[in-house]
Every structure is written in structure tokens, then in C-alpha cells.
Design a protein around this ligand. Sequence first.
Ligand code: SAH
Length: 254
Amino acid sequence: MITFVGAGPGAEDLITVRGQNLLKKADIVIYAGSLVNPGLLSVCREDCRIYNSAKMTLEEVLDVMVQGEAQGKETVRLHTGDPCLYGAIREQMDALEQREIAYEVCPGVSSFCGAASALHAEYTLPGVSQSVVITRMAGRTPVPERESIRSFAAHQATMTVFLSAGMLEKLSEELILGGYAPGTPAAVVYKATWPDEKVLRCTVGTLAQTAEEAGVTKTALIVVGRVLEGEYERSKLYDPSFTTGFRKGDRTDG
Ligand code: SAH
């Protein structure tokens, strides 16, 4: 069996229990070495064969999986965060399906959740924003024009921007052109949950300068939105006057 496993954002104990159990019994592990903390592999068996996919092509990764499968091995394909985001897992799953090889997916804690924990942030604050945009700047991988940063910025929802730490001047420009005031709170979260995590609070207008001063050029997530500042309305869910399926409120009209 082949299992795609989300490694979590970085800290060794932020993989799921299921993911760690799969690592413990794996015969073969192929891990995304550019972002997965190698410390996660300390639970692997001594005879486990470990490959770093940062140095491999898709074809080479598939060869390891296919050969492992032919020998009845347990293979873990370890991706950073949750594999459903920018994980390039679809092409691997499709290739396995073509070969009629069974696989499963074990989710992980995405880095945008790791960044929220580092920031002590709630991305969905009543009266501020109830949506989170997960996006990226176009790089070598293009982004469809209708999903431009500028068009998302027009919503003033919370935004988490992946894979863009090297393009912060342009990101600021796009956010501002889309309608965010330059003074809107923002943050650069470098290596969220790793031991060398850095949380840099700034504004939409100072993203590039902030990252440069801290020497951050990669492995960072950009968070933008008024949820990073003070004001919001308290929740309805925990309001004493609000009746829910589990609790009767002290007011009947709400
Ligand atoms: N599947 C991953 C994302 C992979 S794309 C996930 O769910 O998090 C790689 C990008 O993710 C990086 O360029 C960076 O923007 C972000 N990233 C991954 N790990 C991170 C971390 N620990 N801290 C901040 N950003 C991180």
C-alpha cells in the first residue's frame, strides 16, 4: 500500500497520530526534503529505505513506489503540511491509478494553520472576515488571471499567501491595487512551528522591507487582513442570549 501523508508544518510532533504510525511501520519513505523536517523520520525503522524527493523527478518517485508495491512493501509519501495544497499529489495519484495501484491519503496540519497558531490569530472573526483565501503569486507555475491577488484583495477577506516570499514588493503592490489600504495589518511567518520560527508583524505596505530586514526569502507564509488587529464582534455561538442545538439561551428571539 502507498499512503500520501501530510507531515504537518514542521514541528516533529505536529504530524497526526495516524501519519506517525504509518511512518513507524513503513518499509519505504519518500519525503519532500525541501520542507519536511527530517526529524520526523526518527520514528522510522532502521531498515526503512528513505528517499528525498527534492532530488528526484516524478518518474523516479513513481519508480520507487511501483517497485515497492511489486515487492509488497508499505510506502509512505511524505508531503509538507497537508498534501492537498500545492503538493503535486494529483499527478502521482493519477499515475498510480493508471497502474491500478491502490493508495490512501492521510491529512496533515497545513502551514496556514501553523501560521495562525504562531500568530495567535483567528482567521474568521465576526464582523471582520468570515472567509480565508488560500492563494499564491504566479511564479513558474502560473495562476489563472481570474484568481489574481488583486481580484481576491477586493474582497478584504483574510488572505494566506503561499510560495511568494521572494516576491513581496509585487505582492504588496497587487494587494494595494486590489483595495487593501497600505496600513492593513499583515504578517510574514517564517518556518511556522519549527524551532527557528520567526513571526514578523507588519502591514501590507511594509511586507518586503520586513522580510528583507529579517533575511527571510523563502519558507514563509504571508497573512493579510484586519483579523490581525484588535476589533471584532464577540461570537454568537458563546453568547449567553443565543440558543444553540446544545444550549438554551436566556433570550427567545435570538
Ligand atoms: N502543502 C503545504 C504547502 C506546500 S507549498 C501546506 O499545506 O502547508 C510550500 C509553501 O508552503 C512555502 O513556500 C511556504 O509558503 C509554505 N510553508 C510550508 N511550510 C511552512 C512553514 N512551516 N511556515 C511557513 N510557511 C510554510
